[in-house]
Ligand binder design. Structure first.
Ligand SMILES: [Zn+2]
Ligand SMILES: [Zn+2]
Length: 179
């Protein structure tokens, strides 16, 4: 039996983890298990005051349980790769592990009033996006598709919390664990 693991690093609060866990359970055919993840402080870059996304992915690959089909991590820390200002998340293309950063998904980050509904919706969309990559999906040109590339929250808000028909059928072929 293979499980779809969802976990969070210690600073993550329950609501986003719960929202993402429920959606992954609804979306993927594999039963979902929760895993407690370690802090990502080891990946802190003092120069950038952010966290190295690649190092986090490598850590996830190391601790990924043997019975995991996939492991999706949520972190409250702001992730980056050297060539970009930040990333909302990262995944091994066609691999087992993915991470989503919640750091830039809250309205407060942009000086706006908190809105939990918008925050959770963004977290779910980015979870669909990054886990889609683990099933081999690449970026989609459909702006409403969860696999379209978002480099700001406006683009995340413009996506639907679902894959387009083409990405959905590719996912079905990729795995067979998709309903
Ligand atoms: Zn992507
Ligand atoms: Zn698509």
């Amino acid at each position: 039996m293979k499980y779809f693991y969802v976990g969070a690093t210690p600073e993550v609060e329950r609501p986003p983890l719960e929202a993402v866990r429920q959606r992954m359970a609804a979306e993927y055919g594999a039963p979902v298990k929760e895993i407690v993840l370690p802090s990502v402080e080891f990946a802190f870059d003092t120069g950038r005051q952010q966290y190295r996304s690649m190092d986090v992915l490598e850590m996830l690959a190391r601790i990924c349980p043997a019975d995991a089909a996939k492991l999706l991590a949520l972190t409250g820390r702001d992730l980056f790769v050297p060539v970009l200002t930040f990333v909302f998340g990262q995944a091994q293309l066609g691999g087992r592990v993915a991470v989503v950063s919640l750091a830039r998904l809250r309205q407060e980050f942009y000086g706006m009033a908190p809105n939990q509904e918008i925050f959770l919706e963004r977290a779910v969309k980015e979870a669909l996006h990054e886990t889609g990559h683990t099933f081999g999906l690449v970026h989609c040109s459909g702006q409403r598709c969860a696999m379209s590339l978002a480099t700001n929250v406006r683009q995340i808000d413009g996506k639907s919390a679902a894959w387009c028909a083409a990405c959905t059928s590719q996912l079905r072929r990729a795995k067979g664990v998709i309903r």
